[in-house]
Every structure is written in C-alpha cells, then in structure tokens.
Design a protein around this ligand. Structure first.
Ligand code: GP9
Ligand code: MN
Length: 591
C-alpha cells in the first residue's frame, strides 16, 4: 500500500512539472502516447523533488524493523488492545474528517464535483482524496450515461438557446470566400521567438516577413489541456474547449461535432490533413476521419528519408507535401489543408540537425591595453531554451521553403495561408532565468538579489505562453496587427467570418467583431485585455492601469465556468447526436 501511495505522489509530482496539473485515470489510454515522447519526459521532467516522497516506504520499513525488534508482531497485546486501538483511530479520523467537511464552502464542494480546478483540489483535499474523486468523476459518464444526462443536455440546450448567434458584419466579412486554405499547425512555437534576434539574426525571419505583410495576431493563446497538439486540433476545428478529464482524441473522438472540415466539405471543399508522424499518434487516423477530413496523409504516405526527433523532418515533410497538394489542386476545385509540423518538438536536443544558428551575444569589453574588443559571450548556447531557439529557427526555415515551393508551383494564387502555434514549448520556468538575467561580461546569471534581476513569476510565464497566429495571402498586403486577446476557440468564428461560414455551437468569437474578448483556459483561468485571472488561487494580474471591479471578475468567472461546463457536457454526453436522435423520433424517422 505504501509503495502504491508513494507512486501516486511521485507520478503526480512529475506530472505537475510537465502540465501544471494532476493525473487522471481517464488518461490511462492517453498515456500510451507518452511512450513516444519518453526522452522528453526523462530530460525535462524528472526532478529531485519527485523522489522526496520516497521517505514514506523508508520510514515504514524503519518502524517495521524497530517494532519487530521489540517483539510487537509476536505479542501485539503487550502494546495495548489492538481492537481498541483500531476503533480509537477510526473515531479520531472520523472526527477530523467531519470537522474538515463542516468547514467546506459551497464553492469548494462545487469544485470537487466539477473536478477541473485540479491544483485547488489537491491543495485543499490532498492528492489521495483528489485521485479517488477523479476515479468517480471519470467513470461517472461512462458507466451510466443516464447519470446526470438530462441536466447536462438541458444545460447545453439552454446555453445555446440564450445566445444570439447573429454574426456581425465587418470589413473582413467574406473577403476570402471560395479561396483555398492552407493551415500550418506549427509545433511548439511561442510568440516571443518572433520578437527575438541574436546579434541581429532573427529566430523566425520567415514568419516575421509573413506577419508584417499579413494579419498578425499578437495576443493569441492556445487553450490546450493534457491533449496538447490534439487538443488544438479539436478546439480549432470545433470552437469547443478540450474535455476536462482525459482527451477528446482518445476518449471522445467518435462524438458528433460541427467542425471546420465538415462545414467546408458542404461548401464544396476537398479537406485533408498531413503529418510526418505515425497516423496512430493521438489517434489521428480515427479522429481526423471523424472530424470530416476526406484524407489524412501520415507517415505511411511519406518517404522517411530524413528523421529528426519524433519522425520525418519538417523540410522533407514540406517538400513531399507540396507534391501532394499540387496533385490535389489539379483535381479538386478548392481545398482545405491542415499541415501539422513535427520537428520543433521537445526535447529539442538534435541540435546538429537544426543547422547553424548561434544563440550567442556580442559585447565590447576593454582588454588589458585599454582598447575596446568585441567578444562573443556564449549566452544561451548549451541550454534547453537555447536549443529550442535553434529548433524554432529550423522550423521557420522549413516553413519559408514551403511557402517558396508553393509559390513556384503557382499554388499561392488563390490560397490563404494560416500559420499558428499549437501550444507553448512546455519548458520550465527556470529555463528562462538565464535568458532574462544573463550578464555577458562575466558569462554568468545575475543573482536574484541584484536590482536588475528579472524574476520569471507565474504570470509572466503564463502570458509568455502565447503562440503566433498569422493570416497571409500572396496578393494582398494587409500589414495589420490585432492585439485583442484571442484563443484557439476564436479561430472558427474568425476564419468563418472571412470565408463565409459559421457554427451554431462555437464558444469563441469573431475577433473582428468582438468588443471585449475572453480566453478561457481548460484549468479555469481566464484572460481578457485587462486581467489574467488565476482561478486556482483566486487572484489576478492587472494588465491595464485602471481599477478592476468585483463584478467584472465575477461575470467572467461565471462565464468561464459556463463555457467549460457546456463544452464538457457537449462532448461527454454527445449532445449533437442525442439532439438529432430526439428530432428523428419527433419527425417519425425513428419509431
Ligand atoms: C505528434 C505531435 C506532437 O505527432 O503532433 O504532439 P504533442 O506532444 O505536441 O501533443
Ligand atoms: Mn504539439
């Protein structure tokens, strides 16, 4: 029992480092995915703190041997009546538990039932209680879909009935109607890399050029949970949030959703996706089919002639994809492509394959003759973050080559390119300390007591997780920057406005029409242009210099909760299919 409970602690401790959340039994199926990213786990996740929990079996053994020595196990009665001791323990435990239960507020009990505010639950109830609760919550909709079913469906229906679905027109409405769409899902690229250069060498020169010419969304966040890449694929396609227990890709891919590929298929588009990894990763073969893609090109459709990290290198992948797109373009009237890159994936350690990109810093120092001399300080060389910049640079180069190749083949004439990061690079906070606090003159990191020291706190880390989003066409120079906060779930309504489609179930907004937007994260935190609200700790960071009222916070907190509930119920209870079944019964299609 001790080994089992210690394992629960160690696994959760490691899991927290990676996801800032806690494990769930609903992830057992999902965890098979981790086998493929095993290296990344060992290198980035296992920390000293994870082993601290080993004190439990060690102490147990010491106690055992000491008691054994005293003859405890031969004559336990000598040490007091065992029965009375057990009853005494039970009574004390019950009293403590009752006192604890009586102090719980309605909000806390509510969180226990919903289970998404995991950090709060573990802090308040402890990891064992959390884990048992998780088992109950994960099994609930599966063992008995009737359990809570009526309420769930009613809640979703009422939410959508009360929503005004009328789309506002703006200057972007229908501007791209009928054009081809190439979506480039750029693995793990964070927005701040676009603003970065090393001695004048930009990390993402290609992306920067496209951003300058196109529409550059500078405050765009992915809303992933533990399903990372696959969560983005889901949220982008449906404008719903990832499910709070488990992943849609593994557990709920077969539910019915209104998705971008399905809508576009109805509008005469050929829809396809491409990825250089195994098709089974994140259950994509099944999931992309269920989302309505006509075809999914994966590892088996490519010649694996160059491998970096998890699979086919981005450069080779793009080269081969151009041929496939050319073929499709000659046969189909219009198409929607989702192209998922791979090379820029943690642990970013195949540095020699990324190409030459020094992440150094040049400074002038005075030599012994009193002359100024330029030196190149190593700065981020040899660090995980430094390697990440090299990988991003490679990914950017690959994208640049891809755009050029499409152009050469004449495939850009009637096509809109959308580039977005799928999620952040999942680097730890401490990886940034050197980046922000490097002293090139001494080749060392400033101490935290130095007045120039820049701390990497929770909020700066969270806000820095934003990812690029650029919409670009060859023929039109937009040169527009949009800094309204935007989430992955705003993609469907925003693209929908530009291409002339919509979904009645979208939770997000058309970013060109919205007055104030809110990005709800799957852990319950939310962000507007005014504040980042940390619902785990019930506190916030103000992003503007103006007073924030209590009612402002309450309103958005309520809305966030509603979004998460609607989304979860929609997914778990297969809302759309049920709705159709009920309609069919009413119309007599089903007796
Ligand atoms: C795997 C790739 C990575 O095929 O999409 O997935 P991630 O680990 O980022 O979720
Ligand atoms: Mn990813």
């Amino acid at each position: 029992l001790s080994i089992f409970l210690t394992a629960v602690c160690v696994i959760n401790s490691m899991y927290y480092t990676f996801y800032l959340s806690f494990t769930s039994v609903s992830l057992i199926a999902t965890s098979l995915q981790i086998i493929d990213v095993g290296d990344a786990l060992v290198q980035n996740v296992i920390e000293f703190k994870d082993f601290l929990f080993l004190w439990q079996p060690v102490v147990l053994l010491i106690v055992y041997f000491r008691l054994n020595k005293k003859g405890y196990y031969e004559k336990p009665e000598k040490f007091g009546n065992p029965k009375r001791k057990m009853i005494g323990t039970l009574i004390v435990a019950t009293i403590i538990l009752s006192i604890f239960a009586s102090t719980l507020t309605g909000l806390e009990v509510g969180r226990l039932i919903k289970q998404w505010n995991r950090e709060f639950l573990v802090a308040k109830f402890g990891v064992y209680f959390y884990q048992v609760n998780d088992i109950v919550r994960s099994l609930e909709p599966r063992i008995n879909t009737l359990f809570g079913y009526d309420n769930a469906i009613r809640q979703v229906r009422t939410f959508y009935e009360n929503r005004t679905s009328e789309q506002k027109k703006n200057k972007y409405t229908n501007i791209f109607e009928g054009k081809n769409i190439i979506m480039i899902q750029a693995e793990s690229i964070q927005k701040f890399t676009m603003e970065l250069d090393f001695d004048g060498r930009e990390v993402t020169p290609n992306l920067n050029r496209l951003a300058k010419e196109g529409i550059n969304f500078t405050n765009f966040y992915s809303q992933v949970s533990v399903g990372t890449s696959s969560d983005t694929e889901f949220t982008l396609s449906t404008s719903l949030l990832p499910v709070s227990n488990g992943t849609v890709a593994i557990g709920y891919w077969d539910r019915e959703y209104v998705t971008i590929p399905k809508i576009l298929k109805d509008k005469g588009y050929f829809t396809f996706s491409m990825h250089g990894n195994n098709g089974t990763f994140w259950n994509r073969i099944a999931m992309h089919d269920s989302f309505g893609y006509d075809k999914f090109f994966h590892k088996s459709h490519y010649d694996i002639d160059e491998v970096i990290g998890l699979g086919l290198s981005d450069k080779s992948f793009f080269r081969q994809s151009v041929e496939k797109i050319k073929d499709i373009s000659s046969k189909e009237e219009r198409y929607y492509a989702t192209i998922i890159t791979l090379t820029n994936h943690t642990p970013f350690d195949e540095v020699d394959k990324y190409g030459d990109f020094p992440v150094t810093m040049k400074v002038e120092i005075e030599n012994e003759f009193g002359e100024l001399e330029e030196i190149e300080a190593p700065y981020m060389e040899g660090t995980t973050l430094g390697n990440y910049f090299k990988a991003v640079r490679y990914a950017d180069e690959a994208m640049g080559e891809f755009i050029d190749a499409l152009d050469k083949e004449g495939l850009l004439e009637n096509t809109v390119i959308v580039i977005y990061g799928d999620h952040d690079a999942r680097l730890s906070r401490r990886d940034y300390v050197r980046f922000y606090n490097y002293d090139p003159y001494t080749d060392s990191v400033l101490s935290s007591s130095n007045p120039d020291y820049i701390p990497v706190d929770f909020y700066s880390y969270e806000l820095n997780r934003k990812v690029p989003l650029v919409i670009w066409t060859k023929d039109k120079q937009f040169g527009v920057e949009i800094d309204t906060v935007m989430g992955m779930y705003d993609m469907l309504p925003t693209l929908g406005n530009m291409f002339g489609f919509s979904s009645p179930y979208a939770l997000g907004q058309d970013i060109f029409s919205v007055e104030e937007n809110v990005v709800v994260f799957p852990n319950g935190n939310w962000l507007t242009n005014k504040i980042y609200f940390n619902s785990q700790r019930n506190e916030y960071l103000a992003l503007v210099d103006e007073p924030i009222s209590k009612s402002y916070i309450e309103a958005y907190s309520l809305l966030s909760e509603e979004y998460m509930q609607v989304s979860n119920n929609f997914i778990i209870y297969d809302y759309l299919r049920r709705k159709k079944e009920i309609q069919d019964v009413r119309e007599g299609a089903i007796p």
